[in-house]
Design a protein around this ligand. Structure first.
Ligand SMILES: Nc1ncnc2c1ncn2[C@@H]1O[C@H](COP(=O)(O)OP(=O)(O)O)[C@@H](O)[C@H]1O
Ligand SMILES: [Mg+2]
Length: 402
């Protein structure tokens, strides 16, 4: 005689509970990282804006063949890398800059190919297999570029000093709920048509242990690694409602597949042309509002170089008072978001009561979306993401006052 009890249901329930716990853990990690990234965005980006800005200004005023020019170049390079780290963290927490436009991934990768070639080992060969014609999808081009760059860098690093091959492949596919399930986070994705790109390498592959942790921020198996590359990738993919599939075998290689949904109504935004700024001379008075003295000074110096008049204010309240006194003289206000006493959005509202047509550019370390939400699209003229270079500042100001 024997007794048999079917415990499959209990097993399934246990597994589901484990999966749920894991997801809760991820979401919590993401939340705390969001707080960290927000702090970095505000303080660190202010510092970087000051460093990059002053360096840029110094470079304009030093002859190119001078020895100082080399040092300045290095400072700029280092701060660009620091800004890059910041960006990876922000991307992971979904707080990155977000400008949506219709993107053709073939074109985007083709445009990047030169950059990719110089950033990987010389013995590694990249093969491209572009599926034509590929539909466009809505995304932030810089962020998608960030994904491509991070994946190719990893692939090349997995190959190491040996000769090897990376294949970059694009295409479209129909995804069922079955296929989409088991994503890293419990994102409820919609089934339907997706566009994908694969990055496949014949490098050293990954162990199960590595596979289970690779998206964790700061997880790395490399001596020089920082462990932020794939963390940024997952953050970007999630904020675009996409997903990732990975296959890897130790000693054989790894394949990453990134999938994004194709929407029916993609729209495109024309990409602004790069203009010559140094010849430009502006006219008018700009009110610069920022609680950070180094930024005020930097912006003032930059704008004065092209002949503009600059008045500064240290916080929102001072901005309102200054605006009242000079309302008919001020052609543009450049306003920081987070300030003591009166924040940027409140100051903006009060300024609008004096002059409904007041022109205001907002600047912040937070992403454009997050920052402009507070303003409810109430007549803002533009947005400058910190850290910005003097040339970014000038082109924005030029666009609005001329
Ligand atoms: N193509 C790949 N082949 C093998 N291992 C990889 C690959 N991509 C990522 N990994 C593993 O995932 C880890 C995390 O990657 P990443 O987040 O980009 O950080 P980092 O490159 O700074 O180590 C790597 O250290 C590596 O162990
Ligand atoms: Mg990496």
């Amino acid at each position: 005689m024997s007794v048999v009890r079917d415990i499959s249901n209990r097993k399934i329930a246990e597994e589901e509970k484990e999966k749920l716990e894991e997801q809760v853990r991820h979401v919590q990690k993401l939340k705390s990282l969001g707080v960290l990234a927000g702090g970095i965005a505000h303080d660190f980006n202010n510092l970087l804006t000051a460093i990059m800005g002053n360096t840029g200004l110094a470079m304009m005023n030093v002859p190119e063949d001078s020895r100082v020019s080399k040092n300045l170049n290095n400072i700029e390079k280092a701060s660009l890398r620091a800004a890059d780290l910041c960006r990876q963290l922000l991307a992971y927490s979904g707080k990155g800059k977000f400008v949506v436009e219709a993107i053709n991934i073939n074109t985007l990768i083709k445009e990047m190919s030169k950059l990719l070639n110089v950033s990987i080992s010389r013995k590694v060969n990249i093969n491209y297999k572009f599926f034509q014609p590929l539909p466009a999808f809505d995304a932030d081009a810089t962020q998608i570029g960030q994904i491509v760059m991070n994946l190719i860098t990893n692939a090349s690093e997995a190959i190491g000093d040996k000769a090897g091959n990376i294949t970059v492949e694009t295409g479209t596919t129909d995804c069922t709920q079955d296929y989409l399930r088991n994503s890293y986070f419990d994102d409820k994705l919609e089934d339907g048509k997706y566009i994908f790109f694969n990055v496949i390498d014949d490098g050293y592959g990954m162990s199960e242990e590595t596979m289970s942790k690779l998206f964790d921020p700061f997880f790395t198996t490399k001596f020089t690694g920082r462990g932020l590359g794939l963390a940024a990738v997952i953050g970007i993919v999630r904020s675009h409602r996409g997903t990732i599939k990975i296959e890897s075998e130790e000693g054989k290689g790894t394949s990453f597949r990134i999938l994004f949904p194709i929407s029916e109504n993609t729209y495109s935004v024309p990409i602004a042309e790069q203009e010559q700024l140094l010849d430009w001379q502006g006219k008018g008075t700009i009110l610069v509002v920022d609680d950070d003295e180094s930024i005020r000074l930097l912006v003032k110096t930059t704008l004065e170089q092209v002949g503009l008049n600059v008045i500064t204010a240290n916080d929102g309240q001072q901005a309102v008072d200054t605006f009242k006194e000079n309302a008919d003289k001020i052609s543009l206000v450049l306003m920081d978001m987070t300030m003591p006493h009166l924040s940027g959005d409140e100051a903006f509202k009060q300024i609008q009561t004096f002059r409904t047509d007041a022109k205001v550019i907002l600047s912040s370390g937070y992403s454009e979306q997050e920052a402009t939400q507070k303003f409810n699209n109430s007549g803002l003229c533009g947005f400058l993401q910190k850290p910005y270079k003097p040339s970014d500042l000038l082109s924005k100001v030029k666009e609005i006052i001329s």
